[in-house]
Design a protein around this ligand. Structure first.
Ligand SMILES: O=C(O)CCC(=O)C(=O)O
Ligand SMILES: [Mn+2]
Length: 291
């Protein structure tokens, strides 16, 4: 799809302050080594037997990151983000599905700042599928509820099984973006209680599926894409319906609700690349009303 206007410089930030200063190469979000954000190794095909221990032993969040996160999550910033989303250009891509292209680009620095504490407290991990496999996508959550998969099936839970504690609270900045994006796409009143974080590496994709674990399908899914671009497949209500492919770029928001809420969708395996915000990764946030 060639719909993309020229993007802002990668570290442009609406707020123009410390929250947008790159922590280190090769990626703004992770700094020079993403290992801190993971509870298990990406190549650990046998699982992560030591993950819970490693998590319990985690030192406090670095003070500089904590300060950046506080600054990025002040109410005035959530208000500025809401104003940005309220004026966004909308591209309908299917009945009930709306793309807000590139919208988050000026917020990327602030988003990195609020995401770091979240991933510090609830690190990314490769969940087990009900069939016993290991998910290729690494996940985490924030909000009152978090999405989990294991031998018992798919479900939402209020605690992170790695720590036995509640998931990190949803940062005000993320909450504001999700609410405003839903309203802009025609779904006013959306109040997310869960954000699922998906982290893709090159070669990793997500098979066609429906989002069915939320209590009320009247609320849309708000999906934010950051880092490397992804080929997102959007199909119909049957798995074998034809799919269209959207290239989701850094900063894009996609809202799907109403007639699109139960559409099958998935992500093609990520192409190799480097992105100044996420290094060799794509990060996707899906905001949901789960409970
Ligand atoms: O990564 C994406 O763009 C989609 C993620 C998704 O469909 C999901 O988490 O259910
Ligand atoms: Mn999904």
């Amino acid at each position: 799809m060639s719909r993309r206007p020229p993007t802002d410089p990668p570290h442009a930030d609406l707020f123009g302050d410390a929250a947008c200063v790159p922590a280190a190469r090769p990626g703004l979000l992770f700094g020079d080594d993403p290992a801190w954000a993971f509870a298990d190794a990406p190549t650990d095909a046998a699982g992560a037997p030591g993950a819970a221990v490693a998590h319990a032993a985690r030192p406090p969040l670095p003070a500089a990151w904590a300060a950046e996160a506080r600054a990025a999550d002040e109410p005035a910033r959530a208000a500025a983000a809401t104003a940005l989303v309220d004026q966004a250009a909308c591209t309908p891509v299917a009945p009930g599905a709306v793309l807000l292209p590139g919208l988050l680009t000026p917020l990327a620095g602030a988003l990195a700042a609020v995401l770091r504490p979240l991933l510090w407290q609830a690190p990314l991990r490769h969940l087990r599928t009900p069939g016993g496999g290991r998910m290729a996508v690494a996940t985490s959550n924030a909000g009152a509820l978090g999405w989990l998969s294991d031998a018992r099936g798919y479900r939402y839970a209020s605690q992170d099984p790695l720590s036995g504690r509640p998931w990190p609270p949803l940062p005000a900045l993320l909450d504001a973006i999700a609410r405003a994006a839903a309203a802009r796409a025609g779904f006013p009143g959306f109040a997310p209680d869960a954000v699922l974080v998906n982290l893709y590496r090159p070669g990793v994709g997500l098979g066609l599926h429906q989002d069915r674990d939320e209590r009320d399908a009247a609320w849309p899914i708000v999906s934010a894409s950051l880092g490397l671009p992804a080929r997102f497949r959007l199909g119909g209500l049957r798995r074998d319906a034809p799919t269209q492919e959207l290239v989701l770029q850094h900063g894009d928001l996609l809202v799907f609700g109403g007639p699109a809420r139960r559409c099958f969708h998935g992500v093609r395996p990520l192409a190799a690349g480097h992105h100044p915000w996420a290094g060799e990764h794509r990060l996707n946030l899906t905001f949901r009303r789960a409970g």
